[in-house]
Write a protein that binds this ligand. Structure first.
Ligand code: URA
Length: 410
């Protein structure tokens, strides 16, 4: 295989065969294909796309770069959801324990922050001691004990996605339908699921900017799922303003804790319930009851403990990750908040250090925004629109100035 010729063929709009795609992924996973060549190929795919056959071959190659979780006969139904990514999208942390309360098994393989969107693994790793890198035996132990487990790709499960995901994050190659499809579906197929719901986002804070693009992404993922053996349902949702009232790793964990105790923002609770009902056995009211009577909160604490996390830290997470500089974005006029732009907020959080610019960058768990006012709220001149948590005064001033562009009030 001559890798430069395959990159050139895709660059010029040609097709790659399933064998060529398989060989490329094998070479990349083993380290024989250097990252600069994979970055170039990802950019060629970004511009030229892939047809359904190539996308399915890419997904299959990435899935088979590692092992598929095997479950004992008679085990509970395995279910999961995956979001295509958004700002303040913290639903996984609430949904996984809630579905486990329903007697289901949720073997969730997630990712880190990608582009402007935050990642489930980064959020979880803000909990002191929490281990997202578990081997297969540990995944089985936690599932048997708790009913849900939240882990990342490893050298044993979806190693190709682990490497490619980190490269795409810092090479401008995230918003590509075939690359997103293969990334998400390889992880979900590796879980050995019975039911999957896909939360496909569109809008300023999502990778797909329009509903039409999101629809095309949904069709691509469902199609690959059908071909490779998992039935998926889809929920398309707008991501023009952040989900909930917080965005930033530790701030989002704090909001999840509130939601798991029944006191979270209404939009977050409703999205979680919408997604849960598509894969659960119980109805919406029963699921909601578990969010309000402490059942889901207890399940979450059990999962955190089983994965090495400090449960006493959960209610103190913003004290543990306490950004030294805090300020408010205030309304410059009175009226109704018509726009609270998730895309602008996502970029600001990246610049504050809440995401990565290079693959080995450390994340600052403490930075971000909370108390974000929802669209439709009436505000007066000078009222706070959100609180910004920053590492330095300069970063805080720059963030507040940029965030003016996120808001429309009239
Ligand atoms: N989530 C993933 O796991 N992969 C993507 O490419 C986008 C969102």
């Amino acid at each position: 295989m001559h890798i430069p010729s395959l990159i050139e063929r895709k660059r010029d709009g040609g097709q790659l065969s399933a064998e060529e795609i398989g060989a490329l992924i094998t070479a990349f996973t083993s380290g024989d294909m250097p990252e600069y060549q994979m970055s170039a190929l990802a950019m060629a795919i970004f511009f030229r796309g892939m047809d359904a056959g190539e996308t399915s071959a890419l997904t299959s190659a990435m899935l088979h770069s590692g092992s598929v979780l095997q479950w004992p006969a008679g085990a509970p139904l395995r279910v999961d959801k995956h979001s295509t990514g958004g700002i303040g999208d913290k639903t996984s942390l609430v949904l996984a324990p809630l579905l486990a309360c329903d007697g289901l098994w949720v073997p969730m393989i997630s990712g880190r922050g990608l582009g402007i969107t935050g990642g489930t693994l980064d959020k979880l790793e803000s909990i002191p001691g929490f281990r997202t890198r578990l081997d297969e035996d540990e995944i089985h132990d936690v599932i048997r004990e708790v009913g849900c487990v939240m882990v990342g790709q490893t050298s044993g499960i979806c190693p190709a996605d682990k490497k490619l995901y980190a490269l795409r994050d810092v090479t401008g190659t995230v918003p590509s339908i075939p690359l997103i499809t293969a990334s998400i579906m390889s992880k979900k197929l590796a879980e050995g699921l019975d039911r999957l719901v896909l939360d496909v986002k569109y809008g300023s804070g999502a990778f797909m900017k329009t509903r039409e693009q999101a629809d095309a992404l949904a069709k691509s993922m469902v199609g690959v799922g059908c071909l490779l053996g998992v039935r998926a349902s889809v929920r398309l949702s707008a991501m023009d303003e952040p989900t909930g009232e917080a965005a930033g790793n530790a701030l989002e964990v704090a909001e999840c804790v509130r939601c798991l105790k029944g006191g979270g923002p209404a939009d977050l609770e409703e999205i979680v319930l919408d997604l849960c009902v598509s894969v659960s056995v119980s109805d919406r009211d029963t699921l909601r009851g578990w969010l309000h009577d402490g059942t889901a909160w207890q399940r979450f604490q059990r999962m955190v403990a089983a994965q090495g996390g400090d449960i006493d830290a959960l209610e103190r997470i913003t004290e543990i990750h306490d950004a030294p500089c805090m300020g408010e974005l205030r309304a410059t006029t009175s009226g109704i908040v018509r726009r609270m732009d998730a895309g602008v907020i996502g970029h600001v959080i990246l610049e504050l250090g809440g995401g990565r610019a290079k693959a080995d960058d450390e994340i600052d768990f403490a930075v971000g925004c909370d108390d974000i006012v929802k669209t439709g709220t009436e505000v007066g001149f000078g009222d706070p629109l959100m609180r910004v948590h920053a590492r330095t005064d300069e970063a805080l001033d720059a963030a507040i100035s940029r965030l003016q562009d996120a808001v429309t009030i009239d």
